[in-house]
Design a protein around this ligand. Structure first.
Ligand code: HEM
Length: 377
């Protein structure tokens, strides 16, 4: 199976000294604290069998040591394509197949399920926002994972969902909960980014060069502190955007390109405090009616955001202070003008910036990530 590499463990058998124990595979604290998902993601996707000192072997909630071979094979079989071979004698050789953070086949199937909910729920915008808000907490000045934040699935925990910037995103989690339940070998972090990229693509946007294999944080204590995401109405919008996005390691071009995601969706006063309760473009949905969109066709991914915020001619269309500044700041303006005039240029830069955003702060397993698309596609 693609995405799996063989590994070998040599285990002393029998032994009076139980070897280090395996960590639980059920997510432990994650399951206890997440009120939104009944099945927590796997605590650590890597079996780390090549490194006996790794965390899987040093922490434990299981009483089974490696001597307990039936138990091991049981655990491995509940991973993906586990292969366990045991030979008799003083030493036993266990050949297992190492599994990665997410399973490539499950990722592909999950993507089809995401397309299905997009078709029926018209939830593209909120899924794009979900991916962005999980990733956008990244701080390049912090080296340690997961303290540095980023796309690590921490947004599934209530403590982070309650951050003011995340108002309403619980709806996105509820939408993809059945998919997470169905594909236990896809991490939350991957599912959020998969949902976001798929939503862009399905709405007519560019193909995003994504990779997967994001390791999840395992407990709410690993969530970033509140305040890392941008405000829509700061005193000095250009300075604020630079402060926040430069901290993520993103530049002016990427700030402008990514802001173009507001070509999708609506702002709701009861969530963010921004926007009208409804407009002629939103009062009938699709999806839950209401809110104020940036564009007329707010379920279509195109460059109309840049055209509309440049013109500011329609009172029913939203322009946040952080949107308006894209045509006011001299450096931002170069890109905003370009994207208003050239959708192809916008799509190219957006796809690159979105992929970069989705990788911020990520711990990949395998380190090079997992690509689920044909390189040619
Ligand atoms: C540049 C700084 C940004 C600010 C200040 C900002 C602010 C906001 C606000 C206030 C809302 C309305 C939320 C609500 O009331 O439900 C919103 C919605 C949205 N944002 Fe942003 N955002 C920014 C950047 C981004 C980026 C980088 C992306 C994606 C790459 C993005 C994607 C979206 C989407 C798709 C929605 C619509 C959500 C929906 O319809 O449910 N935003 N944003």
């Amino acid at each position: 199976m693609a995405g799996l590499v063989p590994l070998t463990l040599s285990l002393p058998l029998p032994s009076s000294q139980p070897p280090p124990r395996m960590a639980a595979f059920g997510g432990g604290a994650a399951a206890a604290y997440s009120r939104f998902f009944s099945s927590a993601s796997r605590a650590s996707p890597s079996l780390a069998a090549s490194s006996p000192s790794s965390s899987l072997f040093s922490s434990s909630s299981s009483s089974n040591g490696l001597r307990s071979l039936p138990r091991i094979s049981h655990l491995f079989l509940h991973q993906r394509s586990a292969e366990v071979r045991v030979s008799s004698g003083r030493y036993s050789t266990v050949s297992a197949t190492k599994s990665f953070a997410s399973d490539p086949d499950q990722l592909k199937s999950a993507r089809e399920d995401i397309k299905q909910i997009l078709r029926t729920q018209f939830c593209h915008p909120i899924l794009i926002r979900l991916g962005w808000h999980d990733a956008g907490t990244y701080n390049k000045n912090i080296e340690e994972w997961p303290q540095r934040g980023g796309a690590n699935g921490s947004l599934r925990f209530e403590v982070e969902l309650k951050h003011a910037a995340n108002a309403g995103l619980v709806n996105a989690l509820n939408l993809i909960k059945p998919i997470k339940d169905k594909y236990s070998s896809v991490t939350y972090a991957d599912l959020f980014q998969l949902a976001s990229a798929t939503a862009v693509e399905e709405a007519g946007g560019p193909k995003i060069p994504m990779k997967y294999g994001r390791v999840d944080v395992s407990g709410p204590e690993e969530c970033p502190e509140e305040g890392r995401l941008p405000d829509a109405g700061p005193p000095s919008p250009a300075d604020h955007l630079r402060q926040v996005f430069y901290r993520m390691g993103l530049n002016d071009k990427e700030i402008v390109a990514l802001s173009g995601a507001h070509t999708m969706g609506r702002s709701r006063p009861e969530r963010s405090g921004w926007g009208k309760p409804e407009t002629k473009y939103t009062k009938e949905g699709p999806g839950a009616p209401g809110g104020q969109s940036w564009t007329v066709q707010w379920l279509k991914f195109d460059n109309s955001y840049f055209k509309d915020i440049k013109e500011k001619r329609d009172e029913d269309l939203l322009v946040l202070p952080t949107d308006a500044v894209l045509f006011e700041d001299p450096s931002f303006k170069v890109y905003a003008e370009k994207y208003a005039a050239d959708q192809e240029a916008f799509f190219k830069d957006y796809a690159e910036a979105h992929a970069k955003l989705s990788n911020l702060g990520v711990k990949f397993d395998p380190p090079e990530g997992i690509v689920i698309d044909d390189v040619s596609s």
